[in-house]
Each structure stands twice: as structure tokens, then as C-alpha cells.
Design a protein around this ligand. Structure first.
Ligand code: BES
Ligand code: ZN
Ligand code: ZN
Length: 503
């Protein structure tokens, strides 16, 4: 998909010649004096009439298409609802633009101009408003058509313009567009990588995607092959990949934009299982195809390091992708097998479907060599996360109050909200093994928690946060700016965290 280009210009809605002009409006409010009244006047008072007759009320998700018939230079005016003013959030703006861009596509228009909403959500800047507008528009128009021979793609909306009322707004809007473009194109990359089926997006293909990113952005890249992992003693990752013909990869990308060259890095780790059959503890057939997206975490940390480089953030970031395919081949790991992890700790593998925590264990141990200022892992880790949180919250665990608070705030801004879960050591009794240092499943109850607690044993003593995105990585239905299928949720959360951290 070609990414929509966005720019800003100073002007007036009633003078703007565009195929579509988008005017957002809050429920139960009158037209804003700034930009509503003048264009209403030019249209002979019809906007006010539409509001008075309640033909358009401004509810969230509501869109009214108005053909101007030459009364103003713009061909069409879209009235787009934002819901009640007191409830308006950044995500409300993101969703409004997501809905609107689909309508723009329906009327076969290749571009549109959107006015800055006349209300700014509490506690947010114009930068963040513009960022949300761009994110909503780009993500709302996402399509994946790589394998459709009818080339079933709808005509793309190639350009959006944000219309500023005053020159003084231009700098902030421009910065918001820059950030929104970077976060949205990152999420698009993640959706694409996760949409490709596992027969294409193999561990080797992931490695070549990482090579492409590293080359284009000038990142340092290191890829450990199977023999390197054997030498190091990554028994957990090797155990998971044994059942597959696809060799595993361990990918490390480094971006260094830090002012001081010796700055301790932020380290991201993403679970990258290119397909999770469950292994010998085979999954049921129903919906198993969703498991091509069990690499979402890895795709997200890859996209995040690309975005950090493109935004030239003043920090040092290392993204680590432990990559494998979880298959039940003849050499596969079997229940009861014991593996020795990179940390030296031994694990009894009672269920080969709990493979994410195994590859992450080795990656977390590997990350210790960087002495991270913050260590964040992100993973489609547990079905229990789906059960506990449904589809609107991401599970979060961590050892550091400050880091947890930062991640939470960034998630709120990104509209990818996390919910903290307990990381109490009492739960560790569920992970005890009779024959090894621990086992890889925690039995009935608290499945998301025991998985996180397992990881904590490998995460070291520094600030660490674990993010379980199994609840949100796949959507059963299309929403304002979220497609059916792989969502890429978590990507913008990670990048927002980096942006907020470096300000
Ligand atoms: N990849 C799955 C988790 C998952 C489930 C992600 C649903 C997205 C949607 C993970 O590897 C897994 O299979 N976990 C098991 C662990 C269990 C065997 C302890 C699970 O949650 O069932
Ligand atoms: Zn699994
Ligand atoms: Zn998995």
C-alpha cells in the first residue's frame, strides 16, 4: 500500500477548492464561529438547517455528505461527528478520520482537506491532534491486496491536507503530521508482515525484511544463525524451532541517535513465531490460521526501530527478534523434554504450545548484555489474555513503577490502552517442576499472569515491562481505523513511548 501523504496549509473552508472538505462537529454544539459559520453562510445557511432538523447530529461515527453545487469552490463537504464535546478524546478524532477516509474513497476521491477540530481534547496539544488525524486517515484506508489476482484494491486516497486557521498553528500541525505519518506507516508495515501467510513470511523472510530496514535506515544489524545459537546455548529457542524445517533466526537491530554515545539503550524484544501450530501439543484446527500473526510482537519492534530512525529520535534503541516456526515435526520437542536456557536455568516443557515464553526467555537473557535503561517485551503470549481482557485492553506487567506509568500514558495517547496485571511471586508455585528449575505452564487459573511471571525470571534486575497483545493483535471485525484480521496494535504504543521518552 502506498502511504498517504499529508501536508498543512493556511486557509478558509469556504475558499478551499478541494474534492472533499471535512468539517468535524461535536454533538449538541452549534457551528463554531471560527470555521463553521462562514462556510454555512456561503452555503445559504443549510448547515445550520441540517443541525436544527437533526438530519446531522454529530454523533461519533456519523457522516453527512453535502454536495455544494458550486456555492463554494469545494465539491463536497463532509460533516463528520465527534460525539459529545465533554467525552472527546484523541482516539475519537482518530476514529472520526478513519470513518471519513473510507467515505472519501467511496466517492472515488483521491484527496481531501480536513479542518482542525474546533475542540482540542483535554490535556492534549495541537501536535497530538494532527498526529491523531493523520493516523486515523492512513490506518482507516489500509488494505492488503497482495494476493488478489483481481487486484481488488479500491482506489487509494493519496493525499490529505490539514487546513489551519492561523499561521501560528502551522509549526505544531507540521510536527504532528510528521509523527503521525511515522507511527501510521509503522503500523502499516506490521499489518502487512502479519497478513502475509506463513509459507511466505518464514523466519528467513523476516531476516531479509530486517536487512531491508537496516539498509534503508542505516541501522546496525546482527543476525545469529542456528549454529551461533548453539554456541551461545539458547536451548529454549532452539527447542521451539526443532520441529520445523525452517531454521530459526535471532535478529538484533540497533539505532543510535543518542546525544551522548554511551547512553544506556532502550531494548525492545518482540515474540516472532511465524506460525504457531502448537507443536506436538497441537492446537485445534478452528481459527488456527490466525496463528500466522503470532509474529506481531517481532514485527512491531522492527517497525518501531524503523520509526525511531525516521523520526531521528535522540535515543539509543535496540530491537531484538527471536524468530522461529512452531511445528510438530519428527524432531520436535515433546512434552516432558527439558531445555537449558541461555540464562543457565532449566525448563521442563510440559506443553509445546507455550513456546512464546521459551523464545522470549532466551531473548531476555541475551538483552542483559546491553544493561538496558528500559527493557520492554511485547508478545501475542496467552489465550488467557484474550479471556481476561477481551479486545479493548492490552495486558501489562512490570517491575518498575516509572516505566509502567510511562507505558500506560503512551498507550492512552496512542489509543492502544494497557491494563496492569499483578506480577506477584505467589503465583510462581504454579510454575514449579519436579525435575527442572521450572516448567513452562502454570496450570489452571491466571494463565496470563503465570506466563509473565515465567518471563520475569529471565528479565534481570533493571526496569522491565511485559506487554501481552494476544487480546488485540487480531480483529474479528472492521472498525473505524482497525481492519478485520491483523491490527498492528501495540506498534503506535511503542513508538509513542519512545517519542514521549525523548521529549
Ligand atoms: N500464540 C499463543 C497465544 C495466543 C492465543 C495468541 C490466542 C493469540 C490468540 C501462545 O503461544 C499459546 O498457544 N499459548 C497457550 C499457552 C498454554 C499452553 C499455557 C495458550 O494460551 O493457550
Ligand atoms: Zn503457542
Ligand atoms: Zn504462540
Amino acid at each position: 500500500m502506498k502511504i498517504m501523504q499529508a501536508d498543512v496549509k493556511v486557509g478558509r473552508a469556504e475558499a478551499e477548492s478541494a474534492e472533499v472538505v471535512i468539517l468535524t462537529h461535536c454533538e449538541q454544539e452549534s457551528l463554531s464561529k471560527q470555521d463553521g459559520t462562514p462556510i454555512d453562510k456561503a452555503l445559504g445557511g443549510s448547515l445550520r438547517e441540517l443541525l436544527q432538523s437533526k438530519e446531522f447530529e454529530g454523533r461519533a461515527g456519523e457522516i453527512l455528505v453535502y454536495h455544494t453545487q458550486g456555492k463554494v469552490p469545494a465539491k463536497r463537504l463532509f460533516l463528520v461527528g465527534l460525539g459529545k464535546k465533554k467525552d472527546l478524546t484523541l482516539d475519537g478524532i482518530r476514529q472520526a478520520l478513519g470513518h471519513a477516509v473510507k467515505r472519501v474513497r467511496q466517492v472515488k476521491s483521491g484527496s481531501f482537506t480536513a479542518l482542525v477540530p474546533s475542540v482540542t481534547p483535554k490535556g492534549h496539544s495541537l501536535i497530538e491532534v494532527a498526529q491523531a488525524m493523520v493516523e486515523g486517515a492512513i490506518l482507516g484506508s489500509y488494505q492488503f491486496t497482495a494476493y488478489r489476482s483481481d487486484n481488488g484494491a479500491e482506489k487509494e486516497v493519496g493525499r490529505m491536507t490539514i487546513l489551519a486557521q492561523q499561521k501560528s498553528q502551522v509549526r505544531q500541525l507540521t510536527e504532528g503530521i510528521r509523527r503521525g505519518g511515522a507511527t501510521a506507516e509503522a503500523a502499516v508495515l506490521v499489518r502487512d508482515l502479519c497478513n502475509h501467510p506463513s509459507n511466505v513470511m518464514t523466519p528467513s523472510r523476516i531476516a531479509s525484511e530486517a536487512r531491508t530496514v537496516a539498509k534503508h535506515e542505516g541501522l546496525t544489524l546482527k543476525i545469529l544463525e542456528q549454529k551461533d545459537m548453539e554456541q551461545l546455548g539458547m536451548g529454549a529457542l532452539l527447542g521451539v524451532s526443532r520441529g520445523s524445517h525452517e531454521p530459526p533466526k535471532f535478529i538484533i537491530l540497533e539505532y543510535n541517535g543518542a546525544k551522548k554515545k554511551d547512553d544506556r539503550p532502550v531494548v525492545f524484544i518482540g515474540k516472532t513465531i511465524t506460525f504457531d501450530t502448537g507443536g506436538i501439543s497441537l492446537k485445534p484446527a478452528e481459527n488456527m490460521e490466525h496463528m500466522k500473526a503470532d509474529m506481531t510482537g517481532g514485527a512491531e519492534v522492527l517497525a518501531a526501530v524503523r520509526a525511531a530512525a525516521r523520526l531521528k529520535l535522540p535515543l539509543r534503541l535496540i530491537s531484538i527478534l527471536p524468530v522461529a516456526e512452531n511445528m510438530p515435526g519428527g524432531r520436535a520437542m515433546k512434552p516432558g523434554d527439558i531445555v537449558k536456557t541461555l540464562s543457565g536455568k532449566t525448563v521442563e516443557v510440559q506443553n509445546t504450545d507455550a513456546e512464546g515464553r521459551l523464545i522470549l526467555a532466551d531473548a531476555l537473557a541475551y538483552a542483559q548484555r546491553y544493561n538496558p535503561a528500559a527493557l520492554v517485551d511485547i508478545a501475542t503470549l496467552t489465550g488467557a489474555c484474550v479471556v481476561a481482557l477481551g479486545q479493548f485492553a492490552i495486558g501489562m506487567f512490570g517491575t518498575d513503577e516509572k516505566l509502567k506509568a510511562q507505558v500506560q500514558r503512551s498507550g492512552q495517547k496512542a489509543g492502544e490502552r494497557v491494563w496492569e496485571m499483578p506480577l506477584w511471586n505467589e503465583y510462581f508455585e504454579q510454575l514449579r517442576s519436579d525435575v527442572a528449575d521450572m516448567r513452562n505452564i502454570g496450570g489452571r487459573g491466571g494463565g496470563m499472569i503465570t506466563a509473565a511471571l515465567f518471563l520475569s525470571k529471565f528479565a534481570g534486575d533493571g526496569p522491565w515491562v511485559h506487554i501481552d497483545i494476544a487480546s488485540t493483535d487480531w480483529s474479528e471485525r472492521e472498525r473505524a481505523y482497525i481492519p478485520k484480521g491483523p491490527t498492528g496494535i501495540g506498534t503506535r504504543l511503542l513508538i509513542q513511548y519512545l517519542i514521549d521518552r525523548s521529549l
